[in-house]
Design a protein around this ligand. Structure first.
Ligand code: PLP
Length: 451
């Protein structure tokens, strides 16, 4: 048997054991470090044995976000079709820097980008696959800068009277802070607007902030469709109006919740997303392909061309196509889209819609079960992400207790200055019995905390 065939059997055996393993385990970590320290990297060893040992260590140490009772951040178990995609990409290893060198890969990615653009409501979409949401958001920021300041690509941010500003909800993903630094703007360029009681950023609050701060030039306005902590969807239509009025690039960060656009009856929940200049959707979140797979979807190809243009004679001569290496952050480029192509191409959008509907229903079930057990729900969203708290017990100690019990993995997030519990349905395998076990574990932890 070849190494790959034997390796595939190992991976399969890991999958079969998934639900039987604890969600969280730190057992053997010291022993692992000793094993790692003793490994002779000069002489080398048998690759299959090394792979088997490594897989066993990974199976026994760490948080298993692929477990059906993992209720954490959006890190679902990877669909096997996606895993197969990664295997094929590894074997063929096509280079997508230039379209002509990997025409099949380039055409597949283009088809997928167009398909997701169509779900947003666009007739024509440009964009590309990224390593994840952060890179897609980074691309949006660079596109915004080049659109606002025509000289930016050559001269950098000019010495304007008003410094470039990025406006987003206080609950937006904080990659924006890192990205502001990476673009040379500094974290102070980011304005996090207080959200309303339903945790959504509102146009009135954004306008107030814009009016109060004449020293900042609003280059980028970000609407979040599915905040990381609480699952809020900002009022995208209103935010699009504000962006138009002040001439800012309007980006919608739909990194995890954007997949909901696949479900026809959910599209109206994203009203206004079609008015975005660009959108982030991560395929490694709700679309459940292996990390890292994000998508930057946009309308303005010229902005990408201006932001990333460079000429060199060591790359093949450019054809009429805008080559990926001069239209995106990456240069050498992996065929990221194959894992999504195999997953989507085999399940179809209809298959994805069934899974997403079921996960939303499981979220409703968890919400109802928590209320019936005396918990108070603290966020307002139809997405399968529930923030909740008890009347007196300390949320953090309850979360710690549940995690230590090995029954489930949940976390806390800050809400209006205090920690609340957070549970998100991320796995398609999470069903009624997983929800019952979580609620029982929570109830026991609450009892212990109140003793
Ligand atoms: C709304 C949102 N945007 C962006 C990101 C960053 O995405 P990535 O981790 O793929 O870089 C996340 C990650 O959780 C997210 O939830």
């Amino acid at each position: 048997m070849s190494l790959l065939t034997e390796g595939a059997s190992l991976a399969d055996a890991y999958l079969q054991g998934r639900a039987g393993r604890p969600v969280n385990s730190t057992r053997g970590l010291d022993e692992f470090e000793r094993w790692l320290g003793k490994l002779d990297l000069h002489a080398g060893t048998d690759p299959l044995r090394l792979a088997r040992d490594t897989l066993e260590w990974m199976a026994s140490c760490g948080v298993h976000s692929d477990h059906p009772r993992y209720f954490g951040l959006f890190n679902p178990p990877a669909l096997v079709e996606g895993v197969l995609g990664d295997l094929i990409v590894g074997v063929v290893n096509p280079q997508l820097a230039v379209v002509e060198h990997a025409p099949v890969a380039a055409a597949i990615e283009k088809r997928l980008i167009n398909e997701f653009g169509a779900l947003i409501g666009w007739t024509r979409t440009v964009g590309h696959f990224t390593s994840g949401g952060s890179e897609a958001n980074h691309t949006a920021l660079l596109a915004a800068l080049v659109r606002r300041y025509p000289q930016w690509a050559e001269a950098g941010v000019p010495r304007y009277d008003r410094r470039p500003g990025i406006y987003a909800s206080e609950h937006a993903h904080l990659a924006w802070i890192k990205l502001a630094r990476m673009a040379g703007l500094g974290a102070d360029a980011v304005r996090l607007i207080p959200a309303a009681n339903d945790l959504r950023m509102r146009a009135a609050d954004l306008r107030r902030a814009l009016n109060q701060e004449a020293a900042l030039d609003p280059v980028l306005i970000v609407g979040t469709a599915g905040t990381t902590a609480h699952g809020a969807i900002d009022d995208l239509s209103e935010l699009a109006d504000v962006a138009r009025d002040v001439g800012a690039h309007f980006h919608v960060d739909a990194a995890w919740a954007g997949a909901g656009l696949i479900v026809p009856e959910l599209i109206s929940r994203y009203a206004g997303i079609d008015r975005a200049d660009s959108v982030t959707i991560d395929a490694h979140k709700w679309l459940a392909v292996p990390m890292g797979a994000g998508m930057y979807l946009a309308q303005d190809e010229a902005a990408l061309a201006r932001a990333f243009a460079v000429t060199t004679d060591y790359m093949p001569p450019s054809s009429t196509t805008l080559q990926p290496y001069v239209a995106s952050i990456q240069w050498s480029r992996r065929f990221i889209g194959l894992k999504l192509f195999l997953a989507l191409g085999s399940r179809g959008l209809d298959g994805y819609a069934i899974t997403i509907r079921r996960q939303v229903a499981m979220g409703d079930m968890l919400r109802a079960a928590l209320v019936a057990d005396g918990w108070k729900i603290c966020n307002h969203t139809w997405l399968p992400l529930i923030c909740f708290c008890g009347t007196s017990a300390d949320s953090q100690s309850i979360a710690d207790d549940v995690v230590q019990s090995g029954e489930a993995w949940i976390s806390t997030v800050a809400l209006r200055g205090r920690p609340v519990l957070r549970a998100c349905i991320t796995s398609p395998d999470t069903g009624e019995s997983e929800i019952e076990r979580l609620v029982t574990a929570l109830s026991k932890a609450r009892e212990r905390a109140q003793r």
